[in-house]
Design a protein around this ligand. Structure first.
Ligand SMILES: Cc1cc2nc3c(=O)[nH]c(=O)nc-3n(C[C@H](O)[C@H](O)[C@H](O)COP(=O)(O)O)c2cc1C
Length: 167
């Protein structure tokens, strides 16, 4: 085998999962950021975790109000996956700029994009420093799904967003 770096390994593991982290801004509106580094942790109790760069606005928001919804985007909104991953909500209102239509969930104040295949409503349990990222460890409160929507994945080191079948 040849020695490679970790970034190159992410190309080998492609397609990688992709999610939209929805957090609540101080004015009550939602900030949306793209996250590929998420994982299930436990079914009893239900737990999930995701890693975000220390500088992310999403991180600042969840550390402050402890609430987050991790949504799985579908093919119908695949454009916003790249858009929400290229700009920070610190200086951009992504929902207005990218004309993202939102929907409500019955058990959360945080709105999420329409055409989500799944939505995992969480509260932050703790976060730990992992190099240049923080790992956010969350308790899952509720899980929703829309079987009409087909999940997308990140291909070729996060450069292409497509369903698993199509790409
Ligand atoms: C396909 C894709 C996957 C990404 N995955 C992650 C990730 O797992 N963790 C992370 O910190 N940033 C990831 N990013 C970058 C963030 O989405 C980006 O830094 C974003 O601007 C953060 O927004 P915020 O400052 O509003 O939180 C990804 C971007 C793309 C396009």
């Amino acid at each position: 085998m040849e020695k490679i770096n970790l970034a190159k390994a992410s190309k080998i593991t492609s397609p990688n999962p992709v999610a939209l982290v929805c957090t609540q801004k101080p004015d009550g509106s939602t900030n949306i950021a793209t996250v590929s580094w998420y994982t299930y942790l436990s079914y009893n109790p239900n737990m999930i975790a995701y890693a975000m760069a220390k500088t992310s606005y999403s991180g600042e928001l969840v550390r402050s109000n402890k609430k987050v919804i991790i949504t799985i985007p579908s093919e119908n909104i695949k454009e916003i996956v790249m858009e929400c991953g290229m700009k920070s909500g610190r200086d951009t209102n992504k929902i207005e700029e990218f004309k993202i239509k939102m929907q409500e969930l019955p058990t959360s104040e945080i709105k999420i994009p329409i055409h989500s295949a799944a939505a995992i409503q969480c509260s932050l349990k703790e976060f730990i420093e992992t190099g240049d990222h923080y790992l956010y460890i969350c308790n899952v409160e509720e899980v929703y799904a829309d079987s009409k929507e087909k999940a997308v994945f990140a291909w070729e080191s996060y450069s292409k967003i497509a369903s698993a079948k199509e790409a």
